[in-house]
Design a protein around this ligand. Sequence first.
Ligand code: GLN
Length: 379
Amino acid sequence: LSSRTAGFTDSVIRRMTRISNRYGAVNLSQGFPDFDPPEAVTDRLAQTAKEGPHQYALTWGAQNFREALAAKQEHFSGVRVDPEEEIVVTCGSTEAMMAAMLAVTNPGDKVIIFSPFYENYGADTILAGAEPIYVALKPPSFSFHVGELEQAFRQGAKALILCNPSNPCGKVFSYGELRIIADLAVKYDAYVITDEVYEHIVYEPCKHTYLSSLPGMSERTIICSSLSKTYSITGWRLGYVIAAPHIAGRIKKVHDFLTVGAAAPLMEAAVVGLAFPDEYYYELRRHYTHMKDLFIGGLKDLGLTFTEPQGAYYVLVDVSEFGVRDDVRFCEWMAEKVGVGAVPGSSFFREEVHHLIRLHFAKRDDTLYEALNRLEGLK
Ligand code: GLN
């Protein structure tokens, strides 16, 4: 068997879903909603099931989907997007990220990753044969040290991966921080691969800034995002890359041979969502703010220690008060005995961090209340 696959384990996030299911735990590990997607989108899916399309779409995505996506992206980011030359529709942003890495890096190239990071980036770099350089985001604000970041670029990094809003720490990078990242990327001629799947899940007073909108960045930013979180359709596996034509062209080739294309009937149905008016995104933010406040309030009442997220739908909870030394075993114990599934924090950190667990709150009120009730069992 290849040594390539020996360098990483299966996903701890998805393993925790299996463990949660085994014990009948409330699964707050793998982040996905337990409420329904917008009815207009599922109604259109039912209609599409009857009328099609049922055959392959164009390999880089159905034209009406790319046109609707380009219009939405321009509306929110203010950056022009050419639906023909600059978009590749992928099977989730998971494929988008992998295809971007394969298209940008040669084996041995260095890639900067902020730690904590979404666990896929580790495996993606190994699969691409690239070498990660980790730069710490320091709690509680999860800000980075500019000198450390510049030192990483100076080592000849080909690209930086930026998850904004960040999974797992809930950080929303400020305009000033993005400006520093952009200036360094330009100075050291590096690409930035963004993961912006939580772009519409941001809490007041924070705002999401698209890195591609900063000076000199539209030609070197490779946006990876998806419809999973924005329209509550994680199982549809609809993601995309937006990048300048010469980069998107290479990504199209990788994507063509990896998966041929995203699911045609699902793209057709999702076009309805991409065309939603601004009120939809306003309501989405309002809903997520409600879930966050409910859950965070409950954690506070339980006397737990955590950093309040500025965006995305995760919270890192400090469990050191329970004498935790092995967060993996703690999460297994918690799923079985407390009945709540969480992800051990160590799967997100480069540093030795074993006192944090990640919980997500993209759930119905009754699910969150049940989880909070059960978490009393920790005490
Ligand atoms: N992004 C979600 C999480 O971090 C789920 C990702 C996945 O399993 N594809 O939990």
